[in-house]
Design a protein around this ligand. Sequence first.
Ligand code: C2E
Ligand code: CA
Ligand code: CA
Length: 653
Amino acid sequence: MNVPTIRGIAAGVKRFMAVDSDNTELLRAQLNALSRLIPLLYFILVANAWVMALTFWGKAPDWLSLYVAMALSAVCAFRLVQWWRRKGVAVTDRQAVRELRRTNKISAVLGVLFPAWAIALFPYGDAYAQSYVGTFVTFAMLSSMLCLIHLRSAAVIVALTVSIPFAAFYASTGIPTLIGTAINLLLVTVGVVIVILIQYRDFTRMVEAQKRTEMLGNENLRVANLDSLTDLPNRRAFFAHLEQTLDVAKAGRARLALGIIDLDGFKPINDLYGHAVGDRLLVAVAERLATLCPSDTFFVSRLGGDEFAYVVANAPDNDALVSQGQAIVEMLRAPFPLPDVTVQVSGSVGIAVYPEMAGDADLLFERADYALYHGKGMKRGGAILFTADHEAQINNDARIEQVLKGADFEQELSVVFQPIVDTRSQATIGFEALARWRSPTLGQVSPGQFIPVAERTGMIGMLTRPLLRKALAAAAKWPEGIRLSFNLSAYDLSSPESALAIVAIIENCPFDSRLLDLEITETAFTHDFGQVQRSIEMLRLLGCGISLDDFGTGYSSLSRLHALPLTKIKIDRSFVTGLDKSPASFKIVKSLLALSRDMGLDCVIEGVETGGEVAALRRLGGLMVQGYFYSAPIREEEVLPYLAGPVERRRAS
Ligand code: C2E
Ligand code: CA
Ligand code: CA
């Protein structure tokens, strides 16, 4: 059994009486509670002292009754004012510790002075006055202990300094009533000390509990602002930070930039390797982006999916911002070695700057988003700054949208036809129908402008139907065997209704549907893949061919393309331009041709403009081509004369 040593007991007492300087929350709670009760205590003490002084006035010398009362009142009043002024004022931990220790000391001093004064007055009183001395001391002590209940050490100091010496003094008088009072005083003191210890324990527990609740609250707040997958700040935190830094920028007339980062090629990785790999890739991307975060001017977060965004406070000039965006793009291009596979993606960044391009958070975001998705046409994989040109483009699109809404499509839309030529025989084997819109208010608008607007606003179906009818009606008059290619939008295939409307038009037209090729781009698969697949299968049942347009510009995985009943691919113009001069383009077209052969698909090469390109394609064995070299799109009434014309007129080389 452990026998407590003197030193152990002393250490325990010291701990018991000490102010816990490490427990910040407790210190503050104590100071807070004391500052409410101690002014009351001093008021009670002063009132008590004056009742005492008046009781002995005329009996004891004035210096002892009045002047001491005055002196004690002055000390009390001084401390009362000090505490009063502290109410609601923030203090440091060290100040709090100092104040609590001072309270302990002053409790000891007053705990000695008050009973000593009472004992000094005692001899001058009659029996009543002498028994009043006990009442005075008891009242003063109990009220002090109660008001000091939140500082256990001070309450106990008062109990010890007052009760023991005074009880000893009272007992020493030998008067039985006073001896009884002394015993009573000691018992009451013990009782009150026990009550205070219990109360103090509950008080510290309550402070502890409050501290835990607060910590839990902070943790909840942290979790609510964090993306659970990547641990980056989430969308909510991003916009909160954006608003906050924007306010600072506004106040300080500073520039602020917002960048949105989109991963190109994330979806195929997710589809091919599964979500677990996709998630790991996102975590790895976040880790790379986080390395850009050391300064407090750069704040990066994950908005959701494969979209990340950042805010640059005190933004540098536009060139530096684009370089920074470019650096992010470069960083994302490096391969990601994940546990099971190594994958590669690329990123695009859209940037908008306050105050030049937008004055508030929403517009800033909208414009960075615009720069990201429309900035360089459909070219991806770079950092693009929102510019005045984009603003003009937005206004232009808004105007197109407005006019499109009131347009008479039957009247204003027409189709032109661009020949598709077999390079071996120089024979035209078909035509691609291309939309033309002549608006009474805007004049001729290119499809590159109005088709995206119609797609974005959901109006495309209303354009597709009259265009398809017109194209089929024209093609029905062509000689036997000439094929027709027609462009469909993703939207046309992404609901059963719109797909059925297209089927109905094809069925109601005398043109042989087996000679019809419907062109779709890879963007169609970013919608509802299952529905697009069903729509395509339905069209295949009519005998129509399905061509994959702009092949090579998207990011669809090959496994995905295999899942579709495609009949043709069209190699995008961007690979063909200058392919006779650029070995890189030559290689790409070569491998795309090989790929299409492996997949058992026909291949059309678009945008052939020069004899050199045709010659190079012949060497590669590319059979079907389309482009200005043979013919620009021609009007419906020009098709039959074109077909009847000599082969040489079609610029055969
Ligand atoms: P697209 O389907 O890739 O069509 C080819 C575009 O390239 C056409 O532009 C065509 O005129 C142009 N082109 C043809 N040969 C050459 C060449 O040798 N050099 C160059 N530089 N360009 C050439 P257009 O008619 O302005 O159409 C642009 C895009 O608008 C089309 O690209 C297609 O995505 C869309 N589009 C056109 N008509 C329709 C339509 O009826 N429905 C839908 N949904 N989209 C359409
Ligand atoms: Ca096309
Ligand atoms: Ca194309």
